[in-house]
Design a protein around this ligand. Sequence first.
Ligand SMILES: [Zn+2]
Length: 419
Amino acid sequence: MRRVVLVICDGHRADFVSPTLTPRIWALAARGRRFARHGSVFPSVTRVSSACIATGCVPGRHGLHGNTMALDEGDGLVTRDVGHPDFRKRMRRATGATLRVPTLAQRLAARGGHVAFSNVSPGAAFFQDPDGHGFVYHRDGSYGPGERPAEDPLIVSHDAAGDAAMTERFCREVLRQRRPAMAVLWLCEPDHTMHASELGSPAHLAAIAAADRCVGEVAACVDALRAAGDDILLLVGSDHGQETVGETIRLDADLVAAGLKASLGSTDVAIAPQGFSGLVSLAPDAAARAPAIAAYLQQQSWIGTVFPAEDLGQVGLAPAHGLAIAFTLRASAACNGYGVPGRSDLVALAADGRVKTGFGSHGGLGAWEQNPFLVVDGAAVAPGSVTDMPSSILDIAPTALRHLGVDAPDLDGRALTLG
Ligand SMILES: [Zn+2]
Protein backbone atom coordinates (compact mmCIF):
# COMPACT_ATOMS: atom_id res chain seq x y z
CA MET A 1 0.00 0.00 0.00
CA ARG A 2 1.32 3.45 -0.98
CA ARG A 3 1.25 5.94 1.86
CA VAL A 4 2.77 9.30 2.78
CA VAL A 5 3.92 10.34 6.25
CA LEU A 6 4.86 13.98 6.88
CA VAL A 7 6.49 15.22 10.09
CA ILE A 8 6.97 18.98 10.65
CA CYS A 9 9.32 20.13 13.42
CA ASP A 10 7.97 23.66 13.62
CA GLY A 11 10.49 26.49 13.24
CA HIS A 12 13.59 24.26 13.01
CA ARG A 13 16.44 25.95 11.10
CA ALA A 14 18.33 23.94 8.50
CA ASP A 15 21.68 24.97 10.02
CA PHE A 16 20.65 23.23 13.27
CA VAL A 17 20.38 19.83 11.57
CA SER A 18 23.61 18.00 12.44
CA PRO A 19 24.90 14.62 13.72
CA THR A 20 25.19 16.01 17.24
CA LEU A 21 22.10 18.22 17.50
CA THR A 22 19.66 15.98 15.61
CA PRO A 23 21.15 12.46 15.39
CA ARG A 24 17.87 10.83 14.34
CA ILE A 25 17.09 13.37 11.61
CA TRP A 26 20.72 13.07 10.49
CA ALA A 27 20.43 9.28 10.31
CA LEU A 28 17.34 9.67 8.18
CA ALA A 29 19.25 12.07 5.88
CA ALA A 30 22.08 9.54 5.64
CA ARG A 31 19.75 7.01 4.03
CA GLY A 32 17.44 9.53 2.31
CA ARG A 33 17.76 12.83 0.45
CA ARG A 34 18.42 16.20 2.11
CA PHE A 35 17.24 19.37 0.36
CA ALA A 36 19.88 21.91 1.38
CA ARG A 37 18.25 24.92 -0.29
CA HIS A 38 14.75 24.32 0.99
CA GLY A 39 12.64 27.48 1.23
CA SER A 40 9.64 28.79 3.10
CA VAL A 41 6.92 31.14 1.81
CA PHE A 42 6.04 34.76 2.58
CA PRO A 43 5.04 35.62 5.22
CA SER A 44 7.16 32.84 6.80
CA VAL A 45 4.61 32.16 9.55
CA THR A 46 3.07 28.88 10.65
CA ARG A 47 -0.59 29.37 9.74
CA VAL A 48 0.28 30.45 6.20
CA SER A 49 2.83 27.63 5.93
CA SER A 50 0.20 25.13 7.04
CA ALA A 51 -2.16 26.25 4.26
CA CYS A 52 0.70 26.22 1.72
CA ILE A 53 1.75 22.69 2.70
CA ALA A 54 -1.88 21.55 2.63
CA THR A 55 -2.57 23.02 -0.82
CA GLY A 56 0.78 23.29 -2.66
CA CYS A 57 -0.27 26.86 -3.55
CA VAL A 58 0.97 30.33 -2.59
CA PRO A 59 -1.09 32.52 -0.20
CA GLY A 60 -2.29 34.69 -3.08
CA ARG A 61 -4.10 31.62 -4.45
CA HIS A 62 -5.30 29.85 -1.30
CA GLY A 63 -6.31 33.16 0.31
CA LEU A 64 -4.79 32.91 3.82
CA HIS A 65 -2.36 35.79 3.89
CA GLY A 66 -0.96 35.83 7.40
CA ASN A 67 -0.80 34.70 11.02
CA THR A 68 -3.03 37.73 11.55
CA MET A 69 -5.29 39.05 8.82
CA ALA A 70 -7.63 42.02 8.34
CA LEU A 71 -11.26 41.00 7.74
CA ASP A 72 -14.38 43.07 7.19
CA GLU A 73 -17.24 41.18 8.81
CA GLY A 74 -19.61 44.12 8.31
CA ASP A 75 -18.08 46.59 10.76
CA GLY A 76 -15.03 47.62 8.76
CA LEU A 77 -11.52 46.18 8.55
CA VAL A 78 -10.35 44.62 11.82
CA THR A 79 -7.13 42.63 12.30
CA ARG A 80 -7.98 39.11 13.51
CA ASP A 81 -5.80 36.37 14.96
CA VAL A 82 -5.75 33.46 12.49
CA GLY A 83 -4.57 31.22 15.35
CA HIS A 84 -7.90 31.59 17.18
CA PRO A 85 -10.23 28.56 16.92
CA ASP A 86 -13.03 30.79 15.56
CA PHE A 87 -11.04 32.33 12.71
CA ARG A 88 -12.32 29.91 10.04
CA LYS A 89 -15.89 31.02 10.75
CA ARG A 90 -14.90 34.70 10.59
CA MET A 91 -13.09 34.13 7.28
CA ARG A 92 -16.16 32.39 5.82
CA ARG A 93 -18.40 35.22 7.02
CA ALA A 94 -16.14 37.95 5.60
CA THR A 95 -14.98 36.34 2.33
CA GLY A 96 -17.48 33.55 1.62
CA ALA A 97 -14.96 30.73 1.99
CA THR A 98 -11.87 29.48 3.84
CA LEU A 99 -9.12 28.25 1.47
CA ARG A 100 -9.85 28.82 -2.23
CA VAL A 101 -8.01 25.79 -3.56
CA PRO A 102 -8.36 22.12 -2.53
CA THR A 103 -6.33 20.75 0.38
CA LEU A 104 -4.59 17.37 0.43
CA ALA A 105 -7.36 16.24 2.77
CA GLN A 106 -9.95 17.15 0.11
CA ARG A 107 -8.01 15.53 -2.74
CA LEU A 108 -7.47 12.34 -0.71
CA ALA A 109 -10.94 12.10 0.90
CA ALA A 110 -12.00 9.30 -1.47
CA ARG A 111 -8.47 7.99 -1.99
CA GLY A 112 -7.44 6.62 1.36
CA GLY A 113 -7.97 9.66 3.56
CA HIS A 114 -5.89 12.25 5.43
CA VAL A 115 -5.27 12.50 9.18
CA ALA A 116 -3.40 15.44 10.76
CA PHE A 117 -2.18 15.55 14.40
CA SER A 118 -0.97 19.04 15.31
CA ASN A 119 0.31 20.66 18.51
CA VAL A 120 0.79 24.24 17.23
CA SER A 121 -1.90 26.98 17.32
CA PRO A 122 -5.48 25.88 16.62
CA GLY A 123 -5.56 28.04 13.47
CA ALA A 124 -2.42 26.44 12.06
CA ALA A 125 -3.82 22.98 12.81
CA PHE A 126 -7.25 23.68 11.33
CA PHE A 127 -5.83 25.14 8.08
CA GLN A 128 -4.48 21.68 7.27
CA ASP A 129 -8.12 20.89 6.48
CA PRO A 130 -10.37 23.88 7.33
CA ASP A 131 -13.58 22.47 5.86
CA GLY A 132 -13.37 18.97 7.32
CA HIS A 133 -12.69 16.56 4.47
CA GLY A 134 -10.45 14.34 6.59
CA PHE A 135 -9.49 14.30 10.26
CA VAL A 136 -7.74 17.01 12.29
CA TYR A 137 -6.66 16.41 15.90
CA HIS A 138 -5.69 19.34 18.10
CA ARG A 139 -5.97 20.16 21.82
CA ASP A 140 -8.52 22.93 21.06
CA GLY A 141 -10.69 20.79 18.80
CA SER A 142 -10.60 17.44 16.99
CA TYR A 143 -12.94 16.79 14.08
CA GLY A 144 -13.63 14.44 11.19
CA PRO A 145 -15.49 14.68 7.86
CA GLY A 146 -18.16 17.40 7.87
CA GLU A 147 -16.34 19.02 10.83
CA ARG A 148 -18.13 16.61 13.15
CA PRO A 149 -16.36 16.52 16.53
CA ALA A 150 -14.15 13.46 16.90
CA GLU A 151 -15.13 10.96 19.61
CA ASP A 152 -11.50 10.63 20.62
CA PRO A 153 -10.07 14.19 20.85
CA LEU A 154 -6.34 14.79 21.20
CA ILE A 155 -5.67 16.22 24.66
CA VAL A 156 -1.97 16.99 25.04
CA SER A 157 0.03 19.86 26.52
CA HIS A 158 1.42 22.63 24.30
CA ASP A 159 5.09 21.74 24.84
CA ALA A 160 7.67 19.01 24.25
CA ALA A 161 5.87 16.60 26.58
CA GLY A 162 2.69 17.11 24.53
CA ASP A 163 4.61 16.52 21.32
CA ALA A 164 5.94 13.25 22.75
CA ALA A 165 2.48 12.05 23.85
CA MET A 166 1.01 13.06 20.47
CA THR A 167 3.78 11.20 18.61
CA GLU A 168 3.21 8.01 20.60
CA ARG A 169 -0.52 8.06 19.77
CA PHE A 170 0.16 9.03 16.14
CA CYS A 171 2.42 6.00 15.60
CA ARG A 172 0.22 3.53 17.46
CA GLU A 173 -3.17 4.66 16.22
CA VAL A 174 -2.76 6.54 12.93
CA LEU A 175 0.22 4.82 11.33
CA ARG A 176 -0.35 1.25 12.56
CA GLN A 177 -4.15 1.00 12.88
CA ARG A 178 -6.01 3.63 10.83
CA ARG A 179 -3.48 3.63 7.98
CA PRO A 180 -4.67 6.68 5.95
CA ALA A 181 -3.11 7.50 2.57
CA MET A 182 -1.52 10.56 4.19
CA ALA A 183 -0.71 11.16 7.84
CA VAL A 184 0.67 14.48 9.14
CA LEU A 185 2.39 14.99 12.51
CA TRP A 186 3.08 18.69 13.27
CA LEU A 187 5.22 19.20 16.39
CA CYS A 188 5.21 22.52 18.27
CA GLU A 189 8.91 22.18 19.06
CA PRO A 190 11.41 23.64 18.66
CA ASP A 191 9.39 26.73 17.54
CA HIS A 192 7.43 26.99 20.81
CA THR A 193 10.62 27.20 22.90
CA MET A 194 12.51 29.41 20.39
CA HIS A 195 9.87 32.17 20.76
CA ALA A 196 10.70 32.42 24.48
CA SER A 197 14.47 31.82 24.54
CA GLU A 198 17.71 32.78 22.85
CA LEU A 199 18.61 30.82 19.73
CA GLY A 200 21.44 28.40 20.50
CA SER A 201 20.68 28.45 24.26
CA PRO A 202 20.38 25.24 26.30
CA ALA A 203 16.56 25.58 26.21
CA HIS A 204 16.58 25.77 22.41
CA LEU A 205 18.90 22.78 22.09
CA ALA A 206 16.74 20.74 24.50
CA ALA A 207 13.66 21.51 22.40
CA ILE A 208 15.53 20.39 19.27
CA ALA A 209 16.51 17.14 20.99
CA ALA A 210 12.88 16.54 21.97
CA ALA A 211 11.67 17.02 18.38
CA ASP A 212 14.46 14.77 17.14
CA ARG A 213 13.29 11.98 19.47
CA CYS A 214 9.78 12.26 18.01
CA VAL A 215 11.21 11.97 14.48
CA GLY A 216 13.15 8.87 15.56
CA GLU A 217 9.98 7.25 16.90
CA VAL A 218 8.11 7.89 13.62
CA ALA A 219 11.06 6.63 11.54
CA ALA A 220 11.19 3.40 13.54
CA CYS A 221 7.43 2.90 13.09
CA VAL A 222 7.71 3.57 9.35
CA ASP A 223 10.53 0.99 9.12
CA ALA A 224 8.30 -1.63 10.74
CA LEU A 225 5.42 -0.84 8.39
CA ARG A 226 7.72 -1.02 5.36
CA ALA A 227 8.99 -4.40 6.52
CA ALA A 228 5.33 -5.49 6.52
CA GLY A 229 4.92 -4.37 2.89
CA ASP A 230 3.86 -0.70 2.86
CA ASP A 231 5.48 1.65 0.31
CA ILE A 232 5.82 4.74 2.51
CA LEU A 233 7.24 8.09 1.42
CA LEU A 234 8.47 9.77 4.61
CA LEU A 235 9.04 13.53 4.57
CA VAL A 236 10.52 15.22 7.64
CA GLY A 237 11.03 18.97 7.63
CA SER A 238 10.09 22.33 9.04
CA ASP A 239 7.88 25.16 7.85
CA HIS A 240 10.34 28.08 8.38
CA GLY A 241 13.32 28.93 10.57
CA GLN A 242 13.73 31.65 13.21
CA GLU A 243 16.06 34.60 13.76
CA THR A 244 16.69 36.90 16.72
CA VAL A 245 14.35 39.78 17.54
CA GLY A 246 15.81 43.31 17.72
CA GLU A 247 13.50 46.26 18.42
CA THR A 248 9.70 46.13 18.35
CA ILE A 249 7.93 48.61 16.05
CA ARG A 250 4.32 49.54 17.04
CA LEU A 251 3.30 50.48 13.52
CA ASP A 252 -0.36 51.29 14.16
CA ALA A 253 0.65 53.93 16.73
CA ASP A 254 3.31 55.29 14.37
CA LEU A 255 0.81 55.61 11.48
CA VAL A 256 -1.66 57.44 13.75
CA ALA A 257 1.12 59.84 14.80
CA ALA A 258 2.02 60.38 11.13
CA GLY A 259 -1.61 61.23 10.27
CA LEU A 260 -2.01 58.17 8.03
CA LYS A 261 -4.48 56.25 10.25
CA ALA A 262 -7.41 57.90 12.04
CA SER A 263 -6.89 56.26 15.48
CA LEU A 264 -5.64 53.04 17.05
CA GLY A 265 -9.12 51.50 16.86
CA SER A 266 -10.08 52.90 13.45
CA THR A 267 -11.02 50.65 10.53
CA ASP A 268 -9.63 52.81 7.70
CA VAL A 269 -6.14 51.26 7.87
CA ALA A 270 -5.54 47.79 9.35
CA ILE A 271 -2.05 46.56 10.21
CA ALA A 272 -1.63 42.77 10.36
CA PRO A 273 1.72 41.98 12.05
CA GLN A 274 3.58 38.86 10.89
CA GLY A 275 6.61 38.99 13.19
CA PHE A 276 9.45 40.18 10.94
CA SER A 277 6.99 41.42 8.28
CA GLY A 278 3.58 43.01 8.06
CA LEU A 279 0.54 43.55 5.88
CA VAL A 280 -1.41 46.79 5.42
CA SER A 281 -5.06 46.62 4.37
CA LEU A 282 -7.08 49.69 3.40
CA ALA A 283 -10.81 50.34 3.50
CA PRO A 284 -12.21 51.57 0.14
CA ASP A 285 -12.40 55.18 1.34
CA ALA A 286 -8.74 55.03 2.46
CA ALA A 287 -7.40 53.30 -0.67
CA ALA A 288 -5.92 56.54 -1.97
CA ARG A 289 -3.59 56.62 1.06
CA ALA A 290 -1.60 53.59 -0.24
CA PRO A 291 1.21 55.63 -1.89
CA ALA A 292 1.65 57.84 1.18
CA ILE A 293 1.81 54.83 3.53
CA ALA A 294 4.27 53.05 1.22
CA ALA A 295 6.41 56.20 1.14
CA TYR A 296 6.26 56.45 4.96
CA LEU A 297 7.38 52.83 5.31
CA GLN A 298 10.18 53.36 2.81
CA GLN A 299 11.61 56.19 4.95
CA GLN A 300 11.88 54.17 8.20
CA SER A 301 15.29 53.07 9.47
CA TRP A 302 13.94 49.59 10.25
CA ILE A 303 12.33 48.88 6.86
CA GLY A 304 13.46 46.00 4.62
CA THR A 305 11.45 45.80 1.38
CA VAL A 306 8.07 47.39 0.63
CA PHE A 307 5.73 45.56 -1.76
CA PRO A 308 2.91 47.81 -3.01
CA ALA A 309 -0.22 46.20 -4.47
CA GLU A 310 1.25 45.83 -7.96
CA ASP A 311 4.28 43.95 -6.53
CA LEU A 312 2.45 41.59 -4.13
CA GLY A 313 2.61 38.81 -6.72
CA GLN A 314 6.42 38.84 -6.43
CA VAL A 315 6.09 37.36 -2.94
CA GLY A 316 3.10 35.10 -3.62
CA LEU A 317 0.39 37.44 -2.31
CA ALA A 318 -2.60 39.01 -4.05
CA PRO A 319 -4.37 42.35 -3.44
CA ALA A 320 -7.62 40.78 -2.18
CA HIS A 321 -10.02 42.05 0.52
CA GLY A 322 -8.25 45.39 0.95
CA LEU A 323 -4.66 44.08 1.14
CA ALA A 324 -2.64 46.97 -0.30
CA ILE A 325 0.96 46.71 0.95
CA ALA A 326 3.29 44.04 2.34
CA PHE A 327 6.64 44.87 3.90
CA THR A 328 9.57 43.22 5.60
CA LEU A 329 11.68 44.62 8.42
CA ARG A 330 15.37 44.92 7.76
CA ALA A 331 17.22 41.65 8.45
CA SER A 332 20.95 41.25 9.06
CA ALA A 333 23.45 38.44 9.59
CA ALA A 334 24.36 39.73 13.06
CA CYS A 335 25.03 36.96 15.60
CA ASN A 336 23.45 36.69 19.05
CA GLY A 337 25.35 35.80 22.23
CA TYR A 338 25.41 32.13 21.26
CA GLY A 339 26.93 32.91 17.85
CA VAL A 340 23.69 32.22 15.97
CA PRO A 341 23.32 34.51 12.92
CA GLY A 342 20.20 36.34 11.78
CA ARG A 343 18.49 39.35 13.36
CA SER A 344 15.53 41.53 12.49
CA ASP A 345 13.27 44.11 14.10
CA LEU A 346 9.70 43.01 14.69
CA VAL A 347 6.34 44.68 14.01
CA ALA A 348 3.51 44.54 16.56
CA LEU A 349 0.34 46.43 17.47
CA ALA A 350 0.28 49.04 20.23
CA ALA A 351 -2.17 46.88 22.20
CA ASP A 352 0.46 44.11 22.37
CA GLY A 353 2.79 45.22 25.12
CA ARG A 354 5.17 42.27 24.89
CA VAL A 355 8.89 42.87 24.28
CA LYS A 356 10.67 39.93 22.64
CA THR A 357 14.13 41.44 22.13
CA GLY A 358 16.75 38.69 22.12
CA PHE A 359 14.25 35.84 21.61
CA GLY A 360 13.50 34.02 18.36
CA SER A 361 10.83 34.91 15.81
CA HIS A 362 10.15 34.79 12.07
CA GLY A 363 7.76 35.95 9.34
CA GLY A 364 10.03 37.79 6.93
CA LEU A 365 12.48 37.06 4.17
CA GLY A 366 15.68 36.69 6.25
CA ALA A 367 18.14 34.05 5.09
CA TRP A 368 17.68 31.70 8.09
CA GLU A 369 13.94 32.08 8.65
CA GLN A 370 13.60 31.30 4.91
CA ASN A 371 15.70 28.11 5.18
CA PRO A 372 13.68 25.35 6.85
CA PHE A 373 15.01 21.80 6.48
CA LEU A 374 13.66 18.88 4.49
CA VAL A 375 14.69 15.23 4.40
CA VAL A 376 12.84 12.70 2.24
CA ASP A 377 13.16 8.94 2.68
CA GLY A 378 11.59 6.20 0.60
CA ALA A 379 12.09 3.50 -2.02
CA ALA A 380 12.43 6.02 -4.87
CA VAL A 381 14.97 8.18 -3.03
CA ALA A 382 18.71 8.21 -3.86
CA PRO A 383 20.24 7.08 -0.53
CA GLY A 384 22.44 9.56 1.29
CA SER A 385 22.06 12.27 -1.33
CA VAL A 386 22.11 16.03 -0.82
CA THR A 387 20.73 18.41 -3.42
CA ASP A 388 21.37 22.12 -3.85
CA MET A 389 18.46 22.47 -6.25
CA PRO A 390 16.04 24.99 -4.73
CA SER A 391 12.92 23.45 -3.20
CA SER A 392 10.00 24.86 -1.23
CA ILE A 393 7.40 23.84 1.30
CA LEU A 394 5.02 24.30 -1.67
CA ASP A 395 6.59 21.16 -3.19
CA ILE A 396 5.40 18.85 -0.40
CA ALA A 397 1.80 18.51 -1.66
CA PRO A 398 2.72 17.70 -5.29
CA THR A 399 5.39 15.23 -4.09
CA ALA A 400 2.89 13.49 -1.84
CA LEU A 401 0.23 13.38 -4.55
CA ARG A 402 2.66 11.94 -7.12
CA HIS A 403 3.58 9.13 -4.70
CA LEU A 404 -0.12 8.38 -4.21
CA GLY A 405 -0.88 8.49 -7.96
CA VAL A 406 -3.18 11.52 -7.77
CA ASP A 407 -3.04 14.07 -10.62
CA ALA A 408 -2.94 17.74 -9.55
CA PRO A 409 -1.45 19.78 -12.40
CA ASP A 410 -2.59 23.17 -11.12
CA LEU A 411 -0.29 23.62 -8.10
CA ASP A 412 2.38 26.29 -7.54
CA GLY A 413 4.82 23.76 -6.09
CA ARG A 414 6.50 21.01 -8.12
CA ALA A 415 7.03 17.35 -7.27
CA LEU A 416 10.58 16.96 -5.93
CA THR A 417 13.29 15.08 -7.81
CA LEU A 418 14.12 12.21 -5.45
CA GLY A 419 16.67 10.16 -7.39
ZN1 LIG B 1 5.96 27.44 12.23
